[in-house]
Design a protein around this ligand. Sequence first.
Ligand code: SAM
Ligand code: SF4
Length: 351
Amino acid sequence: MLFDSTTPETTRHEIKPLTRPVLTDPFGRDISYLRISVTDRCDFRCVYCMSEDMTFLPKRDLLTLEEIDRVASAFVARGTRKLRLTGGEPLVRRDVMSLFRSLSRHLVSGALDELTVTTNGSLLDRYAQELADYGVRRINVSLDTLDAAKFRKITRWGDLGKVLGGIEAARKAGLRVKINAVALKGVNEDEIEGLMTWAHGLGMDLTLIEVMPLGEIEPGRIDQFLPLSIVRARLMDKYNLVEDPYRTGGPARYVRVKETGGLVGFITPMTHNFCESCNRVRLTCTGTLYMCLGQEDAADLRAPIRASADDALLHRAMEEAIARKPKGHDFIIDRRGNKPAVGRHMSVTGG
Ligand code: SAM
Ligand code: SF4
């Protein structure tokens, strides 16, 4: 159990309880949620996320785990209550458990409400218990199909058995697992109900995601786009869906399925804009802060942390960045050009 004096040396940037003002954007939204992409690398190549032949960032450009801790801690000092590590695949980053371990001190101090992770599950069998030990309570596992051959096709390199084993390990470690599935036209649309009954049968909620136009990938994304309004209507033919006030601090809106008792979340950036309540910003593994998933504007936080051991420059850069957070994004799946709205892949900004 980590919540004791074993907190490691990487915790040098101790925070004091809110000695600086909470970060609030020009639209009055408090920034309370930081998502951190700890690596752009991954052991899968999901068709909607990456091309098969990806060029990854040189390792020298990456923030060290200590630097990630420093930036995350500065955000916690300014009112961030929730940290999510993502990627790429966060669990493939070498020694990433030491980052969970060091960040968990903010859970212990009460400055942070939640430390969590979004993972493809391939390494969960190895790390689930450690995550639980470091105060992680809920995790998101991305899984689009329960058919092993289809899983291999979607992820190109993935092994379904390993992911299912990882989910089992997570549940055994006491982690609450939420399944994230991207709804893909003609690929898994016939399986959504099966995924839902499987997840709910194991006490896991399911969140469905509309495919977003991020990064150039091989097949036309227009072919993959399946509006969740259609998925929802299909589910409603068979199930009673009751609007539910449940929120996780993310963009999903939930319904409870009367027949199964479980929740289904819908993340609908394409058909329904959720920007008005956006409390999130995203840090890449190179220290670039994106104020909106769907816009190009970004701020460099690596330069200020490397320029000075003191955090004053970092805080100034954070304040300037949040002052530029846009009102919202404008994703369009362009039927003629079929160009991505944003050139970077999801694995860069972190899903
Ligand atoms: N590797 C981890 C995983 O797969 O869970 C974390 C990173 S991944 C980029 C985070 C989430 O983004 C996954 O649930 C994935 O399905 C989703 N995602 C990736 N590319 C997407 C896209 N173009 N549109 C919508 N969701 C996408
Ligand atoms: Fe990797 Fe996650 Fe992207 Fe799939 S969605 S390629 S698992 S980063």
